[in-house]
Design a protein around this ligand. Structure first.
Ligand code: NAD
Ligand code: DAU
Length: 353
């Protein structure tokens, strides 16, 4: 038995692959294009492990994915592959359209052909789990109830619009062709292997380097934060027992303004790695121009997943953020390789290919 994971060298995907193989012997075929966000060093602990088969490639490459499906006959596909950074989507939306919309479409097409050709039992058991985001719903005002699974889609950035389009395609393939799909929409993740251009790892890395901590606008934008391993456990839960065609929200019930997040990171660093001059890291906070079209607030109502499938996050924000800051302090070589770009040469260095 095997599963195909796409985007499994990225932040959440690599955590998912490590988690999966930490508790199962079921082989993971990991298809990742290795864009700037893909880092095989995240999976270094799996080197030589036959349960992890890495393939560099694009979810939009029909022939490649068809070959992988025919060869490995996976019982499920978990689709993490995406362009994921809102700021990058503002500077250059093209790749977001290519991967998140066209790539997902191609993946659905090749999966439709594969699934359609399976024997009855395998066909009934097959699942495609599409990993999506709370950003597809747009922005909430203070006091609005959290997003439920029936909230209207109102994406505001090229990133969230492209993810919304992918969600709609996945939904349509269920309704039109009967494909056995599941969709999860999750809030902001944080934890190990988070690429340091996103808020939390950027603040840790910049603080330690003595650089400014850039807070967009007034820093009062609110996000819900979930420790990445809790997202992984939610995906496993939905994959195992989610109802076909359904969407499940995944969230941590941890709504916090960005400035509070930055202060928390600074306070943990003050405790765990105080500045040489004894001054607090929060002195490095700098207010910078706001993100264009910046969504003010996201909040996720995860009761459906909790009540239907019995999922609960294991970490509170306090425990998760402490683990995260400690991980970055203990994994400075990983950070250095990302910052120098050295991680991109890692495969050649490690495998000599
Ligand atoms: P990431 O940018 O860290 O990783 C994305 C991975 O996909 C990278 O390894 C990249 O190389 C790969 N990839 C990109 N284009 C590809 C293509 N065409 N074919 C194959 N692989 C490709 O992203 P992430 O933060 O790990 O997010 C993973 C998924 O979860 C995304 O779909 C994202 O929308 C969703 N999501 C992320 C968050 C979050 O807070 N990070 C929250 C909710 C949902
Ligand atoms: O909500 C889920 C989404 O969370 C995912 O779908 C995205 O893939 C993921 O990247 C993340 O998007 P955000 O835009 O919320 O994440 P980011 O870390 O880029 O920013 C978090 C908040 O912090 C956001 O309000 C912008 C702000 N910010 C970000 C950066 C990088 C700053 O104030 N300063 C910064 O330097």
């Amino acid at each position: 038995m095997s599963i195909l994971v796409t985007g499994g060298a990225g932040f959440i995907g690599s955590n998912f692959v490590l988690d999966w193989l930490g508790q199962s012997d079921e082989t993971v075929i990991n298809l990742d294009k290795l864009t700037y966000a893909g880092n095989l060093e995240n999976l270094a602990s799996l080197q030589g492990d036959a349960r992890h088969v890495f393939v560099q490639g694009d979810i939009g490459d029909f022939a490649l994915v068809a070959r992988l499906l025919a060869e490995h006959q996976p019982r499920a596909v978990v689709n993490f592959a995406a362009e994921s950074h809102v700021d990058r989507s503002i500077h250059g939306p093209g790749e977001f359209i290519d991967t998140n919309i066209v790539g997902t479409f191609q993946l659905l097409e090749v999966l439709r052909a594969y699934w359609g050709g399976l024997a009855d039992e395998s066909k009934a058991a097959f699942r495609l789990l599409h990993v999506s985001t709370d950003e597809v719903y747009g922005s909430l005002a203070k006091g609005d109830p959290a997003f439920t699974e029936t909230h209207r889609y109102e994406p505001n950035s090229p990133y969230s619009a492209s993810k919304a389009a992918s969600d709609h395609l996945v939904r349509a393939y269920h309704h039109t062709y009967g494909m056995p799909v599941l969709t999860t929409n999750c809030s902001n993740n944080y934890g190990p292997y988070h690429f340091p251009e996103k808020l939390i790892p950027l603040m840790i890395v910049n603080a330690l380097a003595g650089k400014p901590l850039p807070v967009y606008g007034d820093g009062q934008q609110i996000r819900d934060w979930l420790y990445v391993k809790d997202h992984c456990s939610a995906i496993r839960r939905v994959l195992a027992d989610g109802r076909l065609g359904e969407t499940y929200h995944v969230g941590g019930w941890n709504e916090k303004p960005n400035l509070e997040i930055v202060h928390t990171v600074c306070a943990l660093l003050d405790e765990l790695r105080p500045r040489a001059d004894g001054q607090p890291y929060r002195e490095q906070i700098t207010y910078v121009t706001d993100r264009p079209g910046h969504d003010r607030r996201y909040a996720i109502d995860a009761r459906k997943l909790e009540q239907e499938l019995g999922w609960k996050p294991a970490e509170t924000f306090e425990t998760g953020i402490r683990k995260t800051v400690a991980w970055y302090l203990e994994n400075q070589p990983w950070v250095a390789n990302v910052l120098s770009g050295g991680y991109r040469d890692w495969v050649a260095k490690q495998y000599g290919a």
